[in-house]
Design a binder for this molecule. Structure first.
Ligand code: APR
Length: 254
């Protein structure tokens, strides 16, 4: 029973989808907090211990590459000790069982969605487990530390390797694909993000302008853009997400 594909019916609303076919889920650091990864802006978050302008901008990388490499080497290493929590697992289950599309657009650079079994995952801010070469533009899987002397596995030149991370001031990845997925959403869920960083913080407004999808926020506390969501639930993701996913699968997410 639990593994039957389920079509989900939505209450008829003027101008809105009558059934949930396409589900788009935006995730942020809050979904990985209970797995043991720090968020950015909470008390004790990464941006309290490190200044953004020292470790997460192209200028910082030019000025002090060693510090920037160290920051991402530390975060890449931290991935080795963590596993998905029930929120990641519930989203993977939703993708398998829902009789329609389920796409996760994540701001997270960890790999916990993939570890949980999600397949349609778009990493708009890059991935810790990938590297990029500024020389040959190659992007490749990368699980070790890197520094200025590390040769690129593709062109074999040293000095051009960088974390495959979108830094402040850089363009997020896959934006055309994301715009197209958002435009076809019937249900948009935002999970564990503070809504401070654009363009992700704008997705809910973009969706609302189309008047087609139901919008739901699941977060520990109201995000910056909470007033733009049709429905919200507050609490820890590992508790909220599995129960919301069950309500979708039972056709009760009205
Ligand atoms: N369950 C649900 N939500 C949680 C939990 C939890 N256990 N713990 C924290 N949160 C919420 C916080 O209340 C906060 O609203 O998650 C949100 C985390 O916000 P941020 O730290 O700002 O993280 P995020 O929104 O992902 O940041 C966006 O900013 O610095 C950049 O590139 C970085 O991708 C990141 C982007």
């Amino acid at each position: 029973m639990a593994h039957e594909k389920s079509a989900v019916l939505l209450k008829a609303k003027l101008g809105k989808a009558m059934s949930i076919n396409n589900i788009v889920i935006l995730t942020g650091a809050g979904i990985s907090a209970e797995s043991g990864l720090s968020t950015f802006r909470d008390n004790d978050g990464l941006w309290e211990k490190h200044r953004v302008e020292d470790v997460a901008t192209p200028e910082a990388f030019k000025r002090d590459p060693e510090l920037v490499y160290r920051f991402y080497n530390m975060r890449r290493q931290a991935l080795k000790d963590v596993s998905p929590n029930p929120a990641h697992t519930a989203l993977a289950k939703l993708e398998k069982i829902h009789n329609g599309s389920v796409t996760i657009v994540t701001q997270n650079v960890d790999n916990l969605h993939e570890q949980a079994g999600s397949e349609a995952v778009i990493h708009m801010h890059g991935e810790l487990n990938k590297g990029r070469c500024t020389g040959c533009s190659g992007v490749f899987a990368w699980h070790l530390d890197m520094d200025e002397t590390t040769p690129c596995p593709t062109c074999e030149q040293s000095g051009g390797l960088r974390p495959h991370i979108v830094w402040f001031g850089e363009m997020p990845l896959f934006m055309a694909e994301i715009d197209s997925i958002l435009s076809e959403a019937d249900l948009f869920m935002s999970i564990g993000t503070s809504g401070n960083v654009y363009p992700a913080a704008d997705f809910v407004a973009q969706i609302n302008a189309l008047g087609r999808a139901k919008t739901v926020e699941l977060n520990l506390e109201p995000s910056e853009g909470n007033h733009m969501f049709e429905e919200s639930h507050f609490g820890p993701a590992a508790k909220l997400v599995p129960s919301y996913v069950e309500s979708i699968l039972k056709g009760e997410a009205l």
